[in-house]
Ligand binder design. Structure first.
Ligand code: NDP
Ligand code: RET
Length: 308
């Protein structure tokens, strides 16, 4: 009798949960129709981009400038790239500053963050974009390279978040962008430490976004791009490149800034990668293995050259 009552209560709870989920889903889908959120005006914003000297970071700097931010600050390791990117931003009429800062070095991050506050002002948009890949299989990787990937791709984000998010919370406004990767959700062999770092970064960003949900003025956006045609993954190729062409860094930058303006929490690029996630959730592993083999995802790193 007691078991029977218990099962009925569980069933009622499940029905209630299903109805609630349906209500939340409807609300999420329909509310933009009657209360469209106006795109955020970026004109007073100071944006700091890590790894802003080249690749996606450089394009992000240019796109933020085009969308009217007040000031751009670029961090990176190579001064010539930073200087050149800053020059390009200034030619769009936007104030730009750069600093050589190794984001893996937390003392340097804290020191340069103080310097930015003193010289440029409060950072209102932080873009955690800096990243590295060495592209060797795990057993051929030396320990220092494995550590470096985690220090730059994951731990550095802790330091920049600690340096800038407190100020955003005090002011009640700000935005954190994390450039993750589709490899955070579906890993490939030959870049084990990179995939692990991106998965960790994704969990970090997800936790941050949830933690910020009680602070309406401070938001977070996580971008998960597919292969993008910068030098980082040069040479990497799945089996049907015409079917899965790399993204252009300009496209990633444009869609990212748009997501910031719309206050979107997650952005998977291109949208077709959503099918990959659905497939991963419903297909049995042997079927996924066949798809990965057929599309060359298992072997795509064999032609990897990277930045050399
Ligand atoms: N390319 C791709 O296929 C994809 C890339 N991504 C992600 O996008 C982000 C940008 O990559 P992408 O533009 O392609 O790569 P690039 O190699 O072109 O750029 C990486 C940037 O990170 C900077 N960087 C690296 N290490 C450090 C460090 N220790 N301190 C400060 N800056 C550093 C580099 O600066 P410097 O040159 O001065 O060292 C450079 O500006 C990365 O997080 C990457 O993981 C995501 C999905 C796909
Ligand atoms: C897994 C998988 C694919 C390959 C994805 C690859 C190869 C992504 C590379 C992304 C990179 C380099 C990201 C960098 O951060 C396909 C062919 C799309 C579809 C089948 C499943």
């Amino acid at each position: 009798m007691a078991t029977w009552r218990g099962s009925l209560a569980l069933l009622a709870l499940l029905v209630l949960l299903a109805l609630q989920t349906f209500r939340w889903l409807l609300r999420a889908l329909l509310s933009p129709l009657w209360t469209p959120t106006p795109a955020r005006d970026l004109s007073g914003d100071v944006v700091l981009i890590t790894g802003g000297g080249r690749g996606i970071g450089r394009q992000l700097a240019l796109e933020f400038a085009r969308q009217g931010v007040s000031k751009v600050v670029l961090w990176g390791r190579t001064e010539s790239c930073l200087r050149d990117a800053c020059h390009a931003v200034r030619s769009l009429g936007t104030e730009c500053h750069y600093t050589v800062c190794d984001v893996a070095n937390r003392e340097q991050v804290y020191r340069e963050a103080r310097a930015v506050r003193d010289k440029v002002g409060d950072v209102s948009i932080l873009v955690n974009n800096a990243g590295v890949v060495h592209g060797k299989p795990l057993l051929e990787s030396d320990d220092d390279a494995l550590l470096k990937t985690q220090h730059i791709n994951v731990l550095a984000q802790f330091w920049t978040l600690k340096a800038f998010v407190r100020g955003m919370l005090e002011r009640g406004s700000g935005h954190v962008v994390s450039v993750s990767s589709v490899l955070a959700l579906a890993a490939i062999p030959g870049a084990t430490d990179y995939c692990a770092s991106k998965a960790a970064g994704y969990a970090l960003a997800e936790s941050l976004a949830l933690g910020l949900s009680g602070t309406p003025g401070v938001r977070a956006t996580t971008v998960l791009p597919y292969h993008t045609s910068t030098d980082m993954f040069r040479g990497m190729q799945p089996r049907f490149p015409w079917l899965f062409p790399p993204l252009e860094p300009e496209t990633v930058a444009r869609r990212t800034v748009q997501a910031v303006r719309e206050g979107r929490a997650f952005l998977l690029l291109p949208w077709t990668m959503n099918f990959l996630i659905i497939m991963k959730s419903i297909l049995p592993q042997p079927a996924l293995d066949e798809i990965y083999k057929f599309t060359g995802s298992y072997t795509c790193m064999q032609t990897f050259k990277g930045r050399g």
